[in-house]
Ligand binder design. Structure first.
Ligand SMILES: Nc1ncnc2c1ncn2[C@@H]1O[C@H](COP(=O)(O)OP(=O)(O)OP(=O)(O)O)[C@@H](O)[C@H]1O
Ligand SMILES: [Mg+2]
Length: 509
């Protein structure tokens, strides 16, 4: 017997293994479809400095579900529409810049799922910022060849402003997916308070208006950090440079934070002459160069211009707005890096108020502003939070405590293409631990203040209870009027309480 051999197209691979991208059943698939479309809509707006207004519509149609998402983003060049919606691994986000999308896969999974469950194509209407026209396409995927199939194309004068509308008819279970979809939209609003999200569903509509018009500065496209290279990446970069370029020039042009002095020092340290021409490098040289670039520890830290953290101020605002706690604090850590990829960790902690008590902190996880609702147990955040002894911070479970974490990076180490859990990369774990502990310390300060204030108040109430009786007894001995003595005692008590309050405030500082 001889084996049968054949290749598999990328579309066919994901058609056969759709579970790994989150499309495992009609409930999860509907959630994932909404998520992929909303993420693309947000990338098309906020990344380009546009305040997002996103409309999401879900309508059950006997056994099937229609999903429609409309944005006011930059639009898509008409000639690119077939490929971006009909070719797996095609997109505009393969750059060193923080975006929600990374793989060039998301919307194609939604198209594939719709195609195999209802046989219907995706309908896209898009108009670019400077165009007078809008283009309407119906696209499906030729799964075997991983190529788009255009079913129809209409061009007309633009009716509205710029942006994109995407519509799918897919299999889905609205009844079971409803809770997840609504909490996904709410959490999106929590991390993107500058977005307006209008949702029209079978059970009514939900309007989340922007709480702020302040957009964080959009992330810029950056260069690789020298610590992040491997032989393959070096080969590609060298192929794109002139053979006559010197090693120092090559390092300066292609890598983040490398100036002439740094590049020269590195070459000397690594045993290469700084003016070696690229054309002279052998395969062995490349291997040594890649290894030494990783080992060298005097490179500058990666620059965070490619990242767009939310800011402690907005995070605290968001968590207060949604959870209505008694105490809230937020921290944005300085930029750090793993394997040459810059990242920033942000944490907000909220306590008391309307937060329901639970036996472990309630988590709100975000990565590049994507709310992560599944696979919490596999996420590094859960690991870090569970490893902390919360009694140090005066938290006794069950306690009303919630923690929001946001990791942003040009490369989030997701555990799967469904983007639901972040892997436990040591550098990220360390930053998360530092930030959560700092928030814990602030909570402890607050709780001990509440405790002290409570003790002072208790003292006041207890003493007040006896003032009348003591005044009566003193008036009997002293002959003064009971009223005068009572007023004096009250004055004394007031001073005592004030003194204790001031002494406590000073102790605090
Ligand atoms: N609403 C939209 N507005 C503008 N461009 C869009 C929109 N939706 C999709 N695109 C374009 O289509 C490309 C492919 O989208 P897709 O969701 O498949 O991949 P991605 O967002 O790049 O990465 P990921 O797989 O992580 O979602 C995007 O990179 C973007 O260029
Ligand atoms: Mg996407």
């Amino acid at each position: 017997m001889t084996e049968k051999y054949k290749g598999l197209s990328a579309a066919e691979f994901f058609y056969k293994n759709r579970e790994i991208a989150g499309f495992s059943n009609p409930t999860r698939a509907l959630y994932q479809t909404v998520r992929e479309l909303v993420e693309n809509a947000l990338d098309a707006t906020e990344t380009h400095g546009i305040l997002p207004t996103i409309k999401v519509m879900i309508k059950p149609l006997d056994g099937k579900v229609m999903v429609k998402v409309e944005d006011n983003g930059i639009g898509i060049p008409p000639e690119e529409i077939p490929n971006v919606f009909g070719r797996v691994f095609y997109g505009s986000k393969y750059q060193l810049r923080q975006t929600r999308g990374v793989f060039g896969l998301g919307v194609k999974m939604a198209v594939l799922y719709a195609q195999i469950t209802t046989g219907k194509p995706i309908r896209v209407v898009s108009s670019m910022q400077n165009s007078e026209f809008e283009y309407e396409y119906e696209v499906q995927i030729d799964i075997q060849h991983n190529t788009p199939v255009i079913l129809s194309l209409k061009v007309r004068k633009k009716r509205k402003g710029h942006g994109t509308l995407v519509e799918l008819i897919t299999e889905g279970n609205w009844f079971l997916a409803r809770r997840k979809i609504e909490s996904y939209l709410r959490r999106t609003a929590m991390i993107a308070p500058y977005a307006t999200i209008l949702f029209e569903g079978p059970n009514g509509s939900l309007e989340i208006k922007r709480a702020s018009r302040k957009l964080p500065p959009p992330p810029q496209v950056g260069k690789y950090h020298p610590k992040g290279v491997d032989i393959e990446l070096l080969k590609i970069m060298i192929r794109n440079s002139s053979k006559k370029t010197t090693l120092v020039e090559f390092l300066m042009e292609n890598f983040d934070g490398v100036g002439k002095i740094t590049a020269t020092k590195f070459c000397e340290w690594a045993g290469f002459s700084p003016d070696t021409k690229l054309g002279k490098l052998t395969m062995e040289d490349l291997e040594v160069l890649a290894r030494k670039m990783k080992e060298y520890n005097k490179w500058r830290r990666p620059k965070p211009i490619t990242l767009s953290p939310v800011s402690a101020e907005l995070l605290e605002k968001g968590i207060r707005h949604v959870l209505n706690p008694e105490f809230a604090t937020a921290i944005t850590r300085p930029p750090s890096s793993y394997g040459g990829n810059p990242f920033i960790v942000e944490v907000a902690l909220a306590y008391g108020g309307e937060i329901p008590p639970s036996n472990t902190p309630i988590l709100y996880r975000f990565a590049n502003r994507i709310p992560l609702l599944y696979d919490e147990g596999a996420d590094v955040v859960r690991k870090v939070v569970d490893s902390i002894d919360w009694s140090i911070y005066k938290v006794k479970f069950p306690a009303p405590i919630a923690i929001l974490t946001h990791v942003c990076s040009t490369k989030i180490p997701f555990k799967g293409v469904g983007k639901e859990a972040v892997a436990d990369v040591p550098e990220i774990e360390k930053e998360l631990t530092t930030a959560i502990r700092e928030a814990g310390r602030r909570l402890r300060l607050y709780l001990s203040k509440v405790e002290k204030m409570y003790a002072i108040k208790r003292r006041k109430v207890t003493i007040e209870k006896y003032i009348g009786e003591v005044a009566r007894a003193l008036a009997y001995i002293d002959d003064s009027s009971e009223k005068v003595i009572m007023a004096k005692l009250r004055e004394l008590l007031k001073k005592d309480i004030e003194r204790r309050g001031v002494a406590y405030a000073e102790e605090e500082q």
